[in-house]
Design a protein around this ligand. Structure first.
Ligand code: UDX
Length: 448
């Protein structure tokens, strides 16, 4: 099947690479000439495990190509995916649909023969109708079925998520699209991933509903963590005990510094706006967003408290900057709020992240960036583990302690256990695991 993908960013590249791997003939399109030239040389502009190898193999096999020329690729395609960005519009939080509308116009002018146009970008409910309208107005003779086909890819695990999805959601209004989309995803549903057809508006709502619900789940366990600290419980065991109930499920119940990234913050805001506009407010989501915003900054106060209430003139080492591991993405990363709060309090910040430092440098230049975790510890008054990269999971704690001025570890991802850290003489602070709360972990009594 011939497929064109408009937008060669994160979603477009993962989708293009995976569909080519299924044997389809895929062309990824982007306006950015430098990006396309780099992709043709085999250079991938983002860090996503396995993506470079996937792209390289499919280019070599002749199934994946890149171009800046939309018209030719779209004219040849039976299916066109729109995978352009939908950032938050400055000021009001609505999704900015400018790139989707531009893509719809350009696709309308280029299509030839019956073509399915599928939106992968996360778009407000009703956008599929608008895309169909734009195409009909731009080119009344275009024979197009517009489909909503949201992605559920997690950064850092995107290829696996694409190839082994929990479900594929397809919103259609034109029955002819059903067999075309079924052919695109055939290898997946042969592997028993449910292909769920619904109408277009419902598909658009499923995407926002899923992301907002997950954001709510995280926020709920974060508040439970605070309650555990106040009441003397262990949030990891609370999460396990709750999650063993199949109706709840154990995933996305890891307490931490608050959610970040390119999707949850943007999509929750957009859903709130949609609800307000339609007179059907999403009050739980509104509260989720506000709790999460406050939480990120509150984490810097937690660090200050761990340092005895004062960080002015002290050196705080930060381990991990990206919003989660296995990505170089710094968008809405909790580290930004935490570091901002500590800088405001007069701390000196030294930081290391395996892949996030290039992006972080562009966002905060008052931080001293070093090349490994041990350099972060050097002469530090406290270490804060913000992102749970694997390489931070088994640090040589004896070496870290020797390097530090004061052995204080604030573990915002509950990577370590109380016993193993305090055994090395650290004052240890984690999230929702106060001392004596049961389990193997707790907060340092020595440090309180
Ligand atoms: C998310 C959705 O998972 C994905 O389906 C959607 O398509 C895009 O948005 P992503 O943003 O890549 O994916 O990351 P995800 O793994 O969902 O994590 C989002 C944030 O929540 C991160 O900051 C992460 O640290 C945080 N998180 C996640 C928690 O704090 N606790 C958890 O239990 C899970």
């Amino acid at each position: 099947m011939k497929i064109a993908i408009v937008g060669s960013g994160y979603v477009g590249l993962v989708t293009g690479g995976c569909l080519a791997d299924f044997g389809h003939d895929v062309t990824c399109i982007d306006k950015d000439e430098d990006k396309i030239e780099a992709l043709e040389r085999g250079e991938i502009p983002i860090y996503e495990p396995g993506l470079a190898e996937l792209v390289k193999a499919n280019v070599a096999a002749g199934r994946l190509a890149f171009t800046t020329q939309l018209a030719g690729a779209v004219a040849a395609a039976q299916v066109v995916f729109i995978a352009v960005g939908t950032p938050s519009r400055r000021g009001d939080g609505h999704a900015d649909l400018r790139y989707v509308r531009d893509a719809a116009r350009e696709v309308a002018e280029a299509v030839s023969g019956f073509t399915v146009v599928a939106t992968k970008s996360t778009v407000p409910v009703g956008t599929g109708d608008e895309v169909a309208q734009i195409i009909a107005t731009t080119n009344p003779s275009a024979d197009v079925a517009v489909v909503a086909n949201p992605e559920f890819l997690r950064e850092g695990a995107a290829i696996d998520d694409f190839k082994r999805p929990d479900r594929i959601v397809v919103g259609i209004e034109d029955e002819r699209a059903r067999s075309v989309i079924s052919a695109v995803y055939r290898p997946l549903y042969l592997n028993k991933s449910p292909l769920m057809f619904t109408n277009r508006r419902t598909a658009e709502l499923i995407k926002y509903g899923a992301n907002a619900f997950l954001a709510m789940k995280i926020t709920f366990i974060n508040e439970m963590a605070d309650l555990c600290e106040a009441a003397g419980g262990n949030v990891q065991e609370v999460a396990r005990g709750m999650g063993l109930d199949n109706r709840i499920g154990g995933k996305f119940l890891h307490a931490g510094p608050g959610f970040g990234g390119s999707c949850f913050p943007k999509d929750t805001l957009a859903l709130i706006k949609i609800g307000q506009d339609l007179g059907s407010p999403m009050r739980l989501v509104e509260t989720t967003v506000s709790i999460n915003e406050q939480r990120k900054r509150a984490m810097s106060r937690k660090v200050v408290a761990a340092c005895g209430g004062e960080v002015r003139g002290k050196t705080i080492g930060v381990l991990g900057l990206t919003f989660k591991p296995n990505t170089d993405d710094m968008r809405a990363a909790p580290s930004l709020d935490i570091i901002g709060g500590l800088l405001d309090q007069g701390a000196r910040i030294v930081a290391y992240d395996p892949y996030g430092m290039a992006a972080a440098r562009g966002l905060i230049d008052t931080v001293e960036y070093v090349s490994n975790a041990y350099a972060v510890a050097d002469n530090a008054d406290a270490l804060v583990l913000v992102t749970e990269w694997d390489e931070f999971r088994s640090l040589d704690l004896a070496r870290i302690k020797t390097a530090m001025k004061a052995p204080v570890l604030v573990d915002l991802r509950n990577v370590y256990s109380h016993d193993e850290v305090t055994r090395h003489g650290f004052a240890y602070f984690s999230v929702g695991r106060p001392a004596g709360a049961g389990g193997k972990s707790g907060q340092s009594e020595a440090a309180e």
